[in-house]
Design a protein around this ligand. Structure first.
Ligand SMILES: Cc1ncc(COP(=O)(O)O)c(C=O)c1O
Length: 349
């Protein structure tokens, strides 16, 4: 039905489906403007270009995130400055941010990793005192909130990704910039479309990164279900938490009081992670690792000259993290079975 309409309208790029999705997503995310782009990487790249952050500037981000966060900063010409994470909530640590601020620092990129909101109160305070811009990486936390504010609405310009596995995923690549600034929203629209202004002149060096109309129309339908799906994820997480909380060998991620974690991923930290993985796979339970290496230990970022042990918490998390199955539709009995298997393995090891 939607697909037939898409064909009939014959607007394959920057059509009314995208416009409608941008309006609906802005409403959902409690911001005035949403700008659909090709993917999350480009969203942050465009934001940095919008804000004039590039060569000679430093941007602070956690050492533990998906590599795209660091790549966007590097590709925009700025220097990614990594800092360690909090050992409990596994997000960027405000006191570590403070220590890394220099005269070149222009922005902080808190990543709401695994769906779990960062300590935005402390980060806002820091940014205010040091006159820095906040850009939230909300790729994993669509629908999450911190003290009643949706993540992705708190920074000056923020972004998300609709990579297929996200809490709301496209059938391909797609991303979104969110902001309350009319001026920056307009500039982002120009930059995503080759730098073409509203009246047709090419005034800026832009890129081609427009959200596909087809993806926008699909996401518009899926958006109606996002809160329900997030709720299902939270219910699954609470089963995991009550079953695994008493297992001393396992560490769970903590959530700050007053924040709503939308459980994109359910991570557990366990020092025999690889053995547990093998065991769970033998029982037909699929798991993943997010992520194998912190940013500084990837060869691509060796030029930052960090060594092993520079960010001990991020390194420890990468060496021990295991992502348990979590998705809407996963049944309560299945989650209980997974918990039983984990407990059995740990009792024998
Ligand atoms: C934390 C984080 N930042 C950025 C991105 C980049 O998004 P994309 O894959 O759409 O470029 C992703 C997802 O893939 C992500 O998880």
């Amino acid at each position: 039905m939607e697909f037939e309409q898409f064909y009939d309208d014959q607007e394959y790029i920057l059509g009314k489906g995208l416009e409608k999705f941008e309006q609906e997503y802005a409403k959902f995310n409690q911001v005035d403007h949403a700008i659909g782009v090709g993917n999350g990487h480009d969203a942050l790249f465009i934001i940095l270009k919008c804000l004039g952050i590039g060569k000679g500037d430093e941007v602070i981000l956690p050492a533990h995130t998906f590599i795209a966060t660091a790549l966007s900063i590097q590709n925009a010409g700025a220097r990614p400055v990594l800092v360690d994470i909090d050992p409990d909530n596994l997000n960027i640590k405000p006191s570590a941010i403070e220590k890394s601020i220099t005269k070149q620092t222009k922005a902080i990129v808190p990543v709401h990793l695994y769906g779990n909101p960062c300590d935005m109160e402390a980060i806002l305070e820091l940014a205010k005192n040091k006159n820095l811009v906040i850009i939230e990486d909300n790729a994993q936390a669509q629908g999450a909130s911190f003290q009643h504010k949706k993540t992705g609405s708190i920074g000056l310009m923020n972004f998300t990704s609709f990579y297929p596995t996200k809490n709301i995923g496209a059938l391909g690549d797609a991303g979104m910039i969110t902001t309350n600034s009319k001026q920056f929203a307009e500039k982002a629209k120009v930059l995503r479309n080759y730098g073409k202004s509203m009246i047709g002149n090419y005034n800026l060096i832009g890129i081609n990164s427009r959200m596909d109309e087809l993806q926008a129309r699909l996401l518009l339908v899926k958006l109606k279900y996002l809160d329900k799906w997030n709720h299902e994820r939270m219910e699954i997480a609470s089963i995991y938490e009550s079953a695994l909380r008493e297992v001393d060998e396992i560490q769970l991620q903590s959530t700050l009081v007053g924040s709503n974690n939308v459980r994109h991923i359910f991570p557990v930290l366990y020092n025999k992670r690889d053995e547990l993985t093998k065991f769970l796979h033998s029982k037909g339970i699929d798991t993943l690792i997010h992520y194998e290496k912190p940013i500084h230990l990837n060869e691509a970022f060796s030029f930052l000259n960090h060594k092993k042990s520079h960010f001990p918490i991020a390194e420890k998390v990468c060496a021990s993290e295991l992502s348990l199955p979590i998705y809407p539709g996963l049944r309560k009995e299945e989650v209980n079975f997974i918990c039983d298997q984990i407990k059995w393995f740990i009792s024998k090891n």
